[in-house]
Design a binder for this molecule. Structure first.
Ligand code: UN1
Length: 511
């Protein structure tokens, strides 16, 4: 076993088990209880990817105290200088991209092409936010009084807490950490217990790029023992969670008690509409990528495909035929198209929805089984699964599965499709395939979701645009782009009176 320190090279051989401590105030420290947990490969659970600290409130307290101390200095570092560190981290991540992708495939199962994409998304976020360090614009505006100057400036908030998911373990950590530090905040992050390594890899790049100690602290562990105390902590002034709507409700409630800024990115049940005039080849390709990419484990996954009756039979037949041919396996094999579920619990949830769909009367056209023979025997694999004849109100059409289970729903036309698409508790992503520009624009306006794609599936967001959704998908904030800068700054309005006399706003005016 090798114990990680900052001096350790970015990667060790795949066969070595690495022990990771918490990263607090620039030091690697054990959890106060001394307990640890294992991060295992979901494609081959015999492999321990790393051993991580099972932390508790005392560790959170130490990390928040470190972040609070670091804030006193970091907030005074000019934003362009802070941003230069983030820029350098991007260049380091480029050098380490292949290794980090490999680490990520081993810890969470998605195929290498996708884990490279995940690291790339962190690189993109680093370049974007590095640029923001030289903008951070605020308005100047005329005062209503003479000889008085008015402006609004962005200020950092203080210590920010982040709770991140396992499906985009580096990308989503980067969406939160990078704008936060460019804005002058300091951070305590609790990565998902299934994928802490990818967050360490991201933070290591920032530290190697020159990030001062205490600016980012990592505390690993579980929701109740680490996430809750982080959300509750009085010195944490902002909390950002990506997770399920159920957890979002809890974290949002806790955050409200101490009036924290709170950004919630939660569930989705994303519709892809296919109209009669669609390019079917393209729609089938897109629906496969959106439905089974990342094993369906994206909040933006294309989990409902709403198809107009004129092309319904052909779409279903060809889609199912292609789904059957998807190669499932260990994502380290470049020919594999779909990896395992993240863990046993998720696999059980996925399989339970197969039973739910069957019992509701939907038609199971392919899949539905666990794969556990031969090469699959040590992993959490499942067949790509497609239901047709799904009615819009069935549970498999309404509830987020977070697995490779796609529901195909027939519809009469655009209006009907949009009604079905919107009649759901979530509103993250949405898409429509049509060649009719009028219909495309109507859908852009009427789909009740934070993201709409035209002639592309529901996945594939880029980091410089707002990411987030409506209804139970969140609480109105957006990650990505300027939305994140808005979240991680506090506006301060500044009035400079150079008249040398008391001027009374709203009162000193000609009547
Ligand atoms: C997620 O769906 O959980 O838009 C995040 C995408 C990725 C991010 C997805 N860039 O598909």
């Amino acid at each position: 076993m090798a114990t990680e320190t900052l001096a350790t090279p970015a990667t060790l051989s795949d066969t070595q088990t690495r022990v990771f401590k918490n990263f607090i105030d620039g030091e690697w420290v054990e959890s106060s209880s001394g307990e640890t947990f294992e991060d295992r490969n979901p494609a081959d659970t015999r492999e321990v990817v790393g051993i991580f600290q099972k932390s508790s409130k005392a560790d959170v307290d130490a990390a928040v105290a470190a972040a609070k101390r670091a804030f006193t200095k970091w907030r005074l570092v000019p934003a362009p200088r802070r941003a230069e560190i983030v820029f350098r981290a991007a260049e380091i991540l480029i050098e380490r991209k292949q290794d980090h992708a490999r680490d990520m495939t081993r810890e969470m199962g998605k195929v290498l092409a996708e884990t490279r994409g995940d690291v790339q998304e962190a690189i993109d976020a680093a370049y974007y936010n590095a640029g923001e360090g030289r903008r951070m614009f605020g308005p100047t505006t005329p005062s209503e009084m003479p000889n008085k100057f008015a402006m609004a400036v962005r200020q950092p908030i203080g210590v920010c807490g982040m709770i991140t998911p396992w499906n985009f373990p580096m990308a989503i950590s980067s969406w939160k950490l990078l704008p936060a530090v460019v804005c002058g905040n300091t951070c305590v992050i609790k990565p998902a217990q299934d994928t802490p390594l990818s967050t360490f890899n991201l933070v290591r790049a920032l530290v190697d790029a020159g990030l001062p100690k205490g600016v980012i602290n990592i505390v690993t562990g579980f929701g109740a023992e680490v996430g809750t105390p982080l959300a509750e902590h009085r010195d944490v002034r902002a909390i950002s969670l990506t997770g399920s709507s159920a957890v979002g409700r809890i974290v949002g409630g806790i955050a409200a008690q101490s009036f924290k800024h709170c950004s919630l990115e939660l569930g989705g049940k994303n519709p892809m509409i296919v109209l009669d005039d669609a390019n079917l080849d393209l729609a089938i390709e897109g629906g496969l990528w959106g439905g089974f990419g990342t094993t369906g484990q994206r909040c933006t996954a294309t989990s409902r495909i709403i198809v107009q009756k004129g092309v319904y039979r052909e779409f279903v037949e060809r889609y199912v035929d292609r789904a059957k041919k998807l190669k499932v396996g260990n994502g380290l094999d470049e020919t594999v198209q779909m990896g395992p579920a993240i863990n046993q619990k998720q696999l059980e949830t996925d399989l339970s929805y197969v039973e739910i769909g069957r019992a509701e009367g939907a038609k199971l056209l392919t899949g539905g089984h666990r794969l556990d023979k031969g090469e699959y025997q040590y992993g959490w694999f499942m067949e790509p699964t497609v239901f047709s004849e799904v009615a819009p109100k069935m549970r498999i059409a309404q509830e987020e599965v977070f697995g490779p289970v796609v529901s195909i729903i027939p519809c009469d036309g655009l209006e009907d499709a949009i009604d079905i698409a919107n009649d759901i508790e979530y509103g993250l992503s949405s898409s429509i395939y049509t060649k009719d520009v009028n219909k495309a624009f109507s859908a852009m306006r009427d789909l009740d979701a934070g993201i709409t794609y035209i002639n592309a599936p529901t996945i594939g967001a880029e980091v410089h645009l707002p990411f987030g959704g409506t209804k139970a998908t969140g609480n109105g904030h957006r990650e990505g782009g300027i939305g994140a800068i808005d979240f991680y700054t506090e506006w301060k309005s500044v009035y400079v009176d150079y008249s040398d006399k008391l001027q009374k706003a709203q009162i000193d005016r000609p009547e």
